[in-house]
Write a protein that binds this ligand. Structure first.
Ligand SMILES: Nc1ncnc2c1ncn2[C@@H]1O[C@H](COP(=O)(O)OP(=O)(O)O)[C@@H](O)[C@H]1O
Ligand SMILES: [Mg+2]
Length: 422
């Protein structure tokens, strides 16, 4: 599976960058592959592109034989390291498994495309952030080891993680149980707290940047890896190269705000959490801009409406993480850790809590049972009135009058009034 993904992503990069095929044609080929019956042998994407007539066999062989920019031979030229094999490719680079000769250990080396050497400002940032990240040390962060340049290629050396990414598992159709997702998100939150408290913001938290070892230790990758462009441009580049769409980017990054802070990572972590427990990205759309528009404007479908097995606390927590206004999110990863630990123990949360709004109270006063749903990402609350017969069904967060009374001071007051008027 990994090999196929690797080959396919390299082919996509090469053929789209050379404008041999369009991203739409790549997508058509990917759809064709997705329609293969389960269990059928997976075909290389390049062959499907040829079958569909988007690429000639000669073009494909040329592409396979000469993956130049970030794909081909550069890592062999990195002094002190012996290239072993490619272990992945993303939007901007190829990752190799390599041996660090001095210490005789296996490392991963991310090699950036040659063209990036021309961007002096980027190169400066790449070194500065890479060196700073090498000082971070945390079991849930892929350890940065070295940065350098050889033969016109810039590279980033890091701990080699044997295992897979959350992205790989999602791509295989996995929907995480709440318990399993909480444990992975908790570990990544630990990583973020460590980094945030030392002045790092990741800016690209997503399933592909969460690696899982065989023992299910989660490790956040690409911490301290400078990006060439703004967050928005980087996300669009990824989309343009058919690697994905900005499914996890925060609204403030989309708006191109300059004072991005650690809460952007909390939003992206929330979007990742959402995907893990529902099997769906929070916002879908035909184009990157449609998806981004939804991040900015569209209320989130509560995750516990998609997966009704989720606890209301889990839903409320994800919605708080994904609040469009960062002031409504967790103030930091520390508070999130408190809630995650309580959620794991099935205890009431401290920060993310379902609330009651005025309409609900009004309905209550008319004697109906109210089904309350978790807070929406805009900080307001969804509410649905139901007859008592229907009240038990459907929603994940059903709070009947007695429970609500215990939770809300406001509600207590209204109840008192109701009692007094009786
Ligand atoms: N430290 C590592 N150890 C092992 N494999 C890695 C490591 N870092 C990245 N990879 C593999 O390389 C792939 C591409 O990574 P990357 O270039 O960072 O992609 P992206 O830009 O989408 O984050 C990952 O999906 C993963 O499979
Ligand atoms: Mg990565």
């Amino acid at each position: 599976m990994a090999d196929n993904l690797l080959e396919d992503s390299q082919i996509i990069r090469a053929v789209v960058e050379r404008q041999l095929v369009t991203p739409e044609e790549v997508r058509a080929a990917q759809e064709q592959l997705e329609r293969l019956p389960p269990g059928a042998p997976r075909r290389p994407l390049g062959d499907v592109l040829v079958d569909l007539g988007f690429l000639t066999r000669t073009q494909l062989s040329r592409v396979l034989g000469s993956s130049d920019d970030s794909g081909g031979r550069p890592a062999q030229q990195i002094p002190g390291y012996q290239l072993l094999n490619k272990c992945g490719a993303g939007a901007m680079a190829v990752v190799y498994r390599a041996r660090q000769l001095s210490l005789d250990r296996i490392v991963a080396i991310k090699v950036l495309p040659r063209r990036l050497s021309r961007n002096a400002e980027f190169v400066e940032r790449f070194y500065r952030e890479g060196r700073a990240a090498a000082k971070l040390n945390h079991n849930n962060i892929v350890q940065a080891i070295d940065v350098g340049e050889a033969g016109g290629y810039h590279y980033f050396v890091m701990e080699y993680v044997e295992g897979c990414t959350v992205y790989d598992e999602l791509a295989n159709g996995k929907v995480y149980s709440e318990t399993e997702a909480i444990e992975i998100i908790r570990q990544i939150t630990e990583a973020l707290v460590h980094a945030h408290e030392r002045g790092f913001i990741h800016r690209d938290v997503k399933p592909k940047n969460i690696m899982l070892t065989k023992d299910r230790v989660a490790k956040l990758a690409d911490m301290g890896l400078a990006r060439e462009t703004t967050d928005l441009q980087a996300a669009l580049q990824e989309a343009g190269r058919a690697y994905g769409t900005p499914y996890y980017i925060s609204p403030e990054q989309i708006r191109g705000e300059v004072d991005i802070d650690h809460r952007a990572d909390l939003y992206s972590l929330g979007a990742t959490f959402y995907h893990m427990v529902t099997g769906r990205v929070p916002f879908e759309g035909p184009t990157p801009s449609a998806v981004m528009h939804k991040h900015l404007k569209e209320p989130l479908t509560p995750p516990d409406h998609i997966n009704t097995a989720l606890s209301s606390g889990c839903g409320a927590m994800i919605e708080m993480l994904m609040a469009k206004d960062r002031e409504q999110r967790y103030p930091s990863g520390r508070e999130l850790l408190v809630d995650l630990e309580r959620l794991a123990r099935h205890e009431p949360l401290v920060y993310a809590q379902p609330h009651v709004d005025a309409h609900a109270l009004e309905t209550l006063s008319r004697g109906q049972v109210v089904t309350l749903e978790s807070p929406r990402s805009d900080g307001r609350y969804r509410r649905r009135a139901a007859t008592s017969a229907a009240a038990g069904a459907g929603s994940t967060l059903t709070i009947v009058l007695a429970t609500v009374a215990g939770l809300s001071v406001l509600l207590n007051l209204i109840l008192l009034i109701l009692l007094a008027t009786r």
